[in-house]
Design a protein around this ligand. Structure first.
Ligand SMILES: [Zn+2]
Length: 226
């Protein structure tokens, strides 16, 4: 069966701290030999929808999975294969809403941005757990690996790129007969994905997206004031 690479956690300029334009992202992904990209902006699916449209328009050989990274009271949660905005922000409600949309739930960077017990509770519920995230924990999330083993959950590798240079640094290898949304989803949820890390993102990359995110928030607040 043909082997292909997918990056299932990517931010575009639709994220407050994202700097990648959709067209740039698609061209670079193609150059890198990725076949699947999942767009998961903070709290919005607009980046994903835009990328899916742009991929068609540009005729790139890429499957775009629309998704969103939702900030909840249990830390961030990824919803993949959703095309509508997720309105809820409380973890349990997000789970219910994403399930009602027939989305796939994934736990991103389990060891970052949440307490241990929250990671544990989330791990029990989600469909897939990130064990490779090029942006955090030096690339390998050991807690993610432990939780995936403990609860028998499928795993995936992602870049969590906010900058073009980080795209594809973490990814998932899938063996697929056909590259379609149904087949990719089945392979991921059946645990056929193999997480890989090419190069973790460094302090510099972290700093840049934090700086951009911070200044955009300040600008928005200023605009609202004046
Ligand atoms: Zn992210």
């Amino acid at each position: 069966m043909p082997i292909c690479k997918g990056d299932f956690h990517i931010h575009t300029s639709y994220s407050h701290d994202g700097l990648i334009r959709v067209e740039q992202l698609l061209l670079r992904a193609e150059q890198l030999g990725l076949r699947i990209v999942a767009i998961t902006d903070h709290n919005t699916v607009r980046g994903g929808l835009e990328a899916a449209r742009a991929a068609q328009r540009m005729g790139v050989d890429l499957l775009v999975v629309t998704g969103v990274e939702v900030r909840t009271d249990y830390g961030d949660i990824l919803a993949l294969f959703v095309e509508e905005e997720v309105r809820a922000r409380r973890f349990r409600e997000v789970v219910r809403e994403v399930r009602s949309m027939d989305g796939l739930l994934a736990l991103p960077h389990p060891s970052r941005g949440r307490k241990r017990w929250q990671a544990e509770e989330a791990a029990k519920v989600v469909d897939v757990i990130e064990t490779v995230n090029a942006l955090t924990s030096g690339g390998f999330d050991k807690l993610g690996l432990r939780l995936a083993e403990k609860y028998g959950k499928p795993v995936m590798g992602v870049s969590d790129a906010h900058l073009l240079r980080c795209l594809g640094r973490g990814y998932t290898v899938l063996e697929l007969e056909r590259i379609s949304l149904e087949d990719v989803r089945a392979a991921l949820s059946e645990g056929r994905g193999k997480p890989r890390l090419s190069k973790p993102c460094g302090v510099l990359e972290h700093g840049i997206s934090a700086l951009v995110g911070g200044s955009r928030i300040v600008l928005r607040a200023l605009r609202a004031q004046f």
